[in-house]
Ligand binder design. Sequence first.
Ligand SMILES: [Ca+2]
Ligand SMILES: [Ca+2]
Ligand SMILES: [Ca+2]
Length: 368
Amino acid sequence: MCELSFSAFSKVACRGALAGGLGMAGILLAASPALAIGTEAGTTVSNTVSVAYNVGGVAQTAANDTAEFVVDRKIDVTVATAGTNQVIPGQTAEVLAYTITNTGNGEQGYDIDVAVAGGGTAIGLTLGAGASPASGEYVVYVDANDNGVFDPGTDTQYAPSSGSTTLAFNLGHATNTTNYAASTTVFIVANIPASAADGAIDTFTVSATTLDVGTTTVTTESATNDLATEETVFADGAGTADAATDGVHSNEGVFEVVTATLVVSKTMQVISESPSNCVTDAVVASQYALPGACIEYTITVTNNGTANAENVALTDVLPTEVTFSGFHSSTSTFDTGPSEAAGTVSATANSIASGGGSVQLVIRALIN
Ligand SMILES: [Ca+2]
Ligand SMILES: [Ca+2]
Ligand SMILES: [Ca+2]
């Protein structure tokens, strides 16, 4: 049952038998969904009718006839995905999960392909070669313990020999799960580079192509229709990268980068050449920047990104040519501060909302 030629995946291909050998078959199979699969492909269904009768009160030999047919092989597979995983630059071990389910009526092999494409601004993730992917790399795992969750150290990493992301293994179906689970999950696990741009996207398409059991031969549909033999019929739907009834199903998952993008604006104006109270004076038109004049700095921090900015700490060391007077009116929208010590202004905002949220403070000072 496990003599598949995919050396890189012999463990996966044989996982059902392996688990059975370890006495874990019950756990393995219990994790698989219960599906209405129907009568197993290749089953011979036989039915005999019997007609008894008498002649002259004497029972005669009954008349009989039997109708027989073989259940054909329905090829159906689905690839389900959780959709979009929003990630932050520098995040590690971010996961996209794809569950491949055999919804046909017989055990099948599957060739699982992973393709990545950037959309708009790409993250540019590449397939990692080792067990520990570097920043900007992804690796592929198969759900060895069939719990639908990525378990580092437990699930099996696919080790590509030459940059390929082709996996192959068998899946059973609900009425014959003696050796194989009816579904399994493939995980794309990525380390998002710290330099990833806000809004960057990488789309991962996972495709499952039906194979004849235990081989690398792509399953084909039968050309004939004979009640006495088992034919193969495609019944799969159209996925994101495949057509209906082609023996293939595919689906997309997306890593989408979200982060804060802070823009700081600092402007200056002269309030008054001869101030009476620099902190509260109203602005006077057309004033020169003379020694003794009151000036004003306005600082605005705006978040144009797609994620909130947290623990925003502002520091502004005033030039030695000016002397701090105070913070003008109640224009600060920081959470802590602003405060000033020895010519250095400090303030902290707990959070600046994404999509244009901002905080501001206004400093008044005298020109020395
Ligand atoms: Ca797992
Ligand atoms: Ca048939
Ligand atoms: Ca299809």
